[in-house]
Design a protein around this ligand. Structure first.
Ligand SMILES: Cc1cc2nc3c(=O)[nH]c(=O)nc-3n(C[C@H](O)[C@H](O)[C@H](O)COP(=O)(O)O)c2cc1C
Length: 333
């Protein structure tokens, strides 16, 4: 008799697994279709006629130059194509949306800082000079030059000062002890996560050959990658995800962990630079293979780390005003 019950229980289990599988398949199809439609209808690259998309393109454009202005081994004459591209973007933005956007004004300031740096450069820069003559009020946006002790001085300050003192650093002067990385990861474990499922996992590359292979696939470390000591790869475990509606959970929970880890690294005096993981599937697969990351872990973010030099430059990266991003909602009466 008990054999019959076991058999029935097994059938019930198989049927419920099959139902769950079918339900997830259908819901995942709906969810990812919804994401794709939302993406295609709104992604900035496809809608550059919109002010926000056009401004984002300018911010990316000036950030490339800002980074160049702060690079450890900067060579004069860098980024000529980026300068012309940015000039075209700003001119086009101002024709369509006016000249008073602070981020766009900052772009003009970065162009002036670039020109000032190239004051004695033997080649002429007629496009840049004409642009700057048409923007006489744009003062040079200089990138902060900091001393290590000042940069990390707010480590034990109240949160507002501590948060304002954190910036990515692209200058590294040697190794970070493993114990410091471990202490930072331990502190980052205070990050919240959905139902406390703690999706984040951490892989640390402590080998220059693997580092270079990883960076070649990542593509965001030009000018400083070879000085990085350790590379942290934060992943999130898909095993923690239960429903199709949680399809973004790896990136949401992983992203929250990454921010906490960055604060933890800053607290422990580690210079670090967050690096995107916006790569094609082939690169993602290649890094899973390179580092032997289990298939159930989604790569969320990469963080380059090293000991900070005594002095270095940071990119100014000005923020939008808080009231530009805040919207209050109340039910209509
Ligand atoms: C998701 C993400 C991806 C990033 N990718 C890169 C990158 O590939 N290379 C790089 O040099 N900086 C990268 N950064 C650093 C940003 O440029 C930097 O955080 C931003 O300009 C703000 O500056 P701050 O962090 O110093 O305040 C990235 C930052 C984030 C949050």
């Amino acid at each position: 008799m008990s054999g019959v019950f076991d058999c029935l229980r097994r059938i019930k289990r198989l049927a419920s697994d099959a139902l769950l599988n079918m339900r997830l398949r259908v819901e995942a199809g709906r969810a990812f279709r919804y994401d794709k439609e939302q993406f295609m209808a709104n992604a900035g690259a496809l809608h550059l006629d919109r002010k926000a998309a056009s401004r984002a393109e300018i911010v990316m454009g000036y950030h490339v130059l800002e980074k160049g202005l702060t690079m450890p081994r900067r060579r004069l004459g860098f980024g000529k194509g980026a300068v012309v591209h940015l000039i075209n973007l700003v001119n086009s933005f101002e024709r369509r949306f006016g000249c008073d956007d602070p981020q766009v004004c900052h772009a003009a300031g970065v162009l002036r800082a670039y020109r000032e740096l190239h004051r004695d450069w033997p080649e002429s820069m007629p496009r840049l000079d004409a642009f700057l003559a048409a923007h006489p009020h744009a003062s040079a946006a200089r990138q902060p030059h900091v001393r290590r002790d000042d940069f990390f001085a707010a480590r034990r300050a109240p949160f507002d000062e501590f948060a304002a003192s954190r910036h990515v650093v692209r200058h590294f002067a040697g190794p970070v002890p493993r114990a410091t990385i471990e202490a930072a990861v331990d502190l980052a474990m205070t990050a919240p996560s959905a139902c406390n499922r703690q999706h984040a996992r951490v892989h640390v590359v402590d080998d220059p050959v693997l580092r270079d292979k990883l960076f070649a696939l990542q593509g965001g470390t030009r000018g400083f990658g070879s000085t990085v000591d350790k590379v942290i790869v934060v992943t999130a475990d898909l095993s923690s995800v239960r429903w199709a509606w949680e399809r973004h959970d790896c990136y949401v929970n992983g992203g929250i962990f990454v921010m906490n880890l960055c604060y933890a690294l800053h607290f422990h005096g580690v210079a670090h630079c967050i690096l995107h993981w916006s790569v094609a599937p082939e690169a993602d697969r290649a890094v899973h293979g390179l580092l032997d990351i289990p298939a159930n872990e989604a790569i969320v973010q990469v963080i380059a780390c090293g000991a900070p030099p005594e002095e270095f430059d940071v990119a100014s990266s000005p923020r939008l005003a808080w009231n530009e991003i805040l919207t209050w909602h109340r039910a209509a009466k």
